[in-house]
Ligand binder design. Sequence first.
Ligand SMILES: Cc1cc2nc3c(=O)[nH]c(=O)nc-3n(C[C@H](O)[C@H](O)[C@H](O)COP(=O)(O)OP(=O)(O)OC[C@H]3O[C@@H](n4cnc5c(N)ncnc54)[C@H](O)[C@@H]3O)c2cc1C
Length: 459
Amino acid sequence: MGALFEWLCGCSEDARYSLPGLVHVAEPPKNVAFLRACFLKSSLFMSQPIVAIAGAGAAGYFAAIACAEANRDQRVILFEATAHPLAKVRISGGGRCNVTHACFEPRELVKRYPRGSRELLGAFHRWQPRDTVEWFAARGVELKTEADGRMFPITDQSTTIVTCLQREAERTGVEVRLKCGLVSATPLRQEGFALTLTTGEAISVRRLLLATGGTRGSAGFSIAEKLGHTIEPLAPSLFTFNVDDPRLREIPGVAVPSTTASVPALKLSETGPTLITHWGLSGPAILRVSAWGARELQAVDYRFTVRINWAGPAKIESLRAELQTQRRLHPRRQVSNTPVASIPQRLWEKLSAAAGIATTTTWSGLSASAAFALADQIGASEFSVTGKSTNKDEFVTCGGVRLRDVDFRTMESRLCAGLHFAGEVLDIDGITGGFNFQAAWTTGLLAGRAMAGVAAAAL
Ligand SMILES: Cc1cc2nc3c(=O)[nH]c(=O)nc-3n(C[C@H](O)[C@H](O)[C@H](O)COP(=O)(O)OP(=O)(O)OC[C@H]3O[C@@H](n4cnc5c(N)ncnc54)[C@H](O)[C@@H]3O)c2cc1C
């Protein structure tokens, strides 16, 4: 192979990695003339330095486009291990892709990140949701804002985003290599990295971006570790709670718009809608609690007590007063047919039964102790959680590359020059609502521009 290599490119095999070009090294060539032609073809670009991006997800695509747009004098190659680029974008937000969130104040925005808020503050001053909205609008993709601040393409289809990113990559000359995963990266003596790929190819590049996502077992983590980085332990975030309780049985699909979900043992509390499912509890309030408590809830093996206030932030005392008002206003009505605090009828019946109130009991016949029990059920229903389930709309990994070892102006490693990180491979995760994609766009864009040679001050 050494002699062949020298014959092909006129240098020793030791030096092969310092040449920017692809060389197949896994098997001896069968057709030397063909191989030589291929190599020469890639050598045509030898004067052009290569920027390699591993991972064709949201962060990798955004970085590749930003890099290629900012500097046309280098090759940008996007390596994707699977045959399916942008797979998560495609399935995201239930197929609608919650692209970002209408929160345009960086100090407010960072409050939505259980991990990464401090580091993202500066980054969001450089690229925030408003920039994301304008970026897509300039490329013909309009986003709309829903009542809760989540932003989606007006088509309500994630393919709009996928198509836009793929078209932009093509327009800017990004080379996308599918079924071509990054296996290893070895720093070169002067600058850059020697990469090996799952196809058996070897390639030398000037800069490398790891945008390999948060999947456990991804080569991105082991490569980062070999290059000196620490990986914060991985744990799932944004999951739903498994609960088997008579109050929730037979009423899957019931949604309560304004609730407070808390885990008293961990002093966690979040407000928002809660959804009753076949397995237990879901909805934004639950998912947010799962995100903030991702590590602690993993530590207790997802066995803990969750408390739900079905009347939003209302205090027990005010709920008792509300029940007194009902007694005055509707003395003859049955309690089980007169929900308070916008609680859906089916859940109200369950809560009344749990408070020991017969279906025939009228408000005037409600004893003081039963009224107290009902107020407790409304304002502080406790449920034993026995496990977790995957939230199909959005789930992320907490943990990843330790943030203090990364310069968030350029997303470059502080430990290994020329190595950058973007997206979920980092120890960053947001609550549900478009925050995870925003982190991917922001870190991807900053990394892409820095790799193109844009000075940090201008990013
Ligand atoms: C079902 C679901 C729905 C979601 N919906 C939303 C939503 O609506 N809004 C939101 O903000 N967030 C959402 N998220 C979270 C969001 O999708 C992720 O935070 C985001 O995709 C992270 O982007 P990324 O580019 O860092 O990683 P990924 O999207 O995971 O991309 C990483 C890519 O790297 C590839 N790869 C891995 N290893 C290698 C290797 N060694 N070499 C080459 N390639 C490699 C992977 O195959 C993958 O294509 C959702 C997540 C899920 C699972």
